[in-house]
Design a protein around this ligand. Structure first.
Ligand code: COI
Length: 357
């Protein structure tokens, strides 16, 4: 499908940031966005890149009432030699379509998803920051825009992509975060939508997150929704626990997100001499292993969060430091290796990087 490129009038051009070290996460957006529509009688139509700006939407649109919405997150990196690269974007395309089918939305052809993102990023490449730890965050999204109050799949959707120059997701940067294990609220249950990247999962996590923040923790670690016994994920990250020579993470049983960074960590940890295990992690056993020193390090993984060290875990009335509470050697090595590949500083033996300019 052709993607039309609409003119960008001067008054729609935004002032650029001047200090990359001050970039936070997702507050600043570039000049243009991609928009493609799906209509029940026509399929995907009218792909265009247009000036970034608000949508005028009927207040009855299904997305506002029944949350028929999905999204993705990936990044573009500017290398020292000026190359622009994406990281495993095909995985985002596949996961987007998995989410679409779960939320009864139309799947988008992978070539259109990828071509749309690549053309948009190329046009906006002056917005990609280059300092260490910065990148251009890409947010593909689909919303249901049919104005009707009956509960049903929409007959009209917007697929759109916006871009945001970003720094670290956590204001602390690459420093340990403190996490609270949530034992009152649950995020997902088998058969639910936990594996889909849909806004409702995040809305329902806000209450637990706020309560944890009040107690001084950055995020909550969710337990399984049935027994509240097995570790699942942190809303913005998959979780890993490193023992002497084994790295453990929760398996993809349908209620956690199939993270692109999670998959990359599993492959990288293997090359760093660690065995990787995807297995159920009993929270009581995990706390015992942290207490007796068997767990040496913990970290989260995500596109936004990259690799984030976890310094302490709190469960019920006990808060334990993990290792010495600082950044562990494996966590640092994984961060350096992953970001080294993403920024073209070290070889990419996996073929993960997709150069687009
Ligand atoms: C991402 O890592 O890209 C996400 O979508 C997580 C989001 C909570 C920022």
């Amino acid at each position: 499908m052709e993607i039309r490129i609409l003119p960008l009038p001067d008054e729609k051009r935004k002032p650029r940031f001047t200090d990359e070290s001050k970039l936070s996460f997702g507050r600043l957006f570039t000049d243009r966005m991609l928009l493609v529509e799906w209509k029940v009688d026509q399929g995907w139509v009218d792909a265009r890149i247009e000036p970034y700006g608000p949508f005028v939407l009927d207040p009855a649109c299904l997305v506002f009432h029944y949350a028929q919405e999905i999204f993705e997150g990936l990044k573009a990196y500017k290398w020292e030699d000026g190359t622009i690269a994406l990281f495993r974007p095909e995985m985002n395309a596949r996961r987007f379509n998995y989410s679409a089918s779960r939320i009864c939305m139309p799947e988008i052809p992978e070539e259109l998803f990828l071509k749309g993102i690549e053309e948009l990023v190329r046009l906006e490449k002056e917005w990609i920051p280059a300092s260490p730890g910065t990148s251009l965050y890409i947010r593909p999204t689909m919303i249901a825009v049919e104005p009707v109050l009956g509960v049903k799949p929409s007959d009209h959707y917007y697929f759109y992509v916006i871009l945001s120059p970003v720094g670290a997701y956590y204001p602390k940067g690459f420093n340990p975060v403190q996490i609270m294990v949530e034992d009152k609220f649950v995020r997902a249950v088998p058969g639910g939508t936990g594996e889909a990247k849909t806004g409702g999962n995040y809305a329902s996590s806000l209450k637990a997150g706020l309560e944890a923040k009040k107690k001084g923790f950055e995020q909550v670690l969710w337990l399984d929704g049935v027994q509240r016994r097995y570790v699942e994920e942190v809303g913005a990250m998959n979780m890993f626990f490193a023992y002497e020579d084994v790295v453990v993470t929760a398996p993809l049983t349908g209620s956690i997100l199939n993270g692109v960074t999670r998959d990359s960590v599993l492959k990288l940890a293997g090359t760093l001499g660690f065995r990787v295990e995807e297995r159920q992690i009993d929270i009581n056993e995990l706390m015992a292993d942290i207490r007796n020193g068997a767990v040496k390090e913990a970290f989260g993984s995500g596109t936004a969060a990259v690799i984030t060290p976890v310094g302490a875990l709190s469960y019920k009335d006990e808060c334990l430091n993990i290792g010495d509470g600082g950044v562990g050697a494996l966590t640092r090595k994984l961060y350096d290796t992953l970001t080294g590949i993403q920024y073209g500083k070290i070889a990419d033996p996996f073929g993960w990087v997709r150069k687009i300019a």
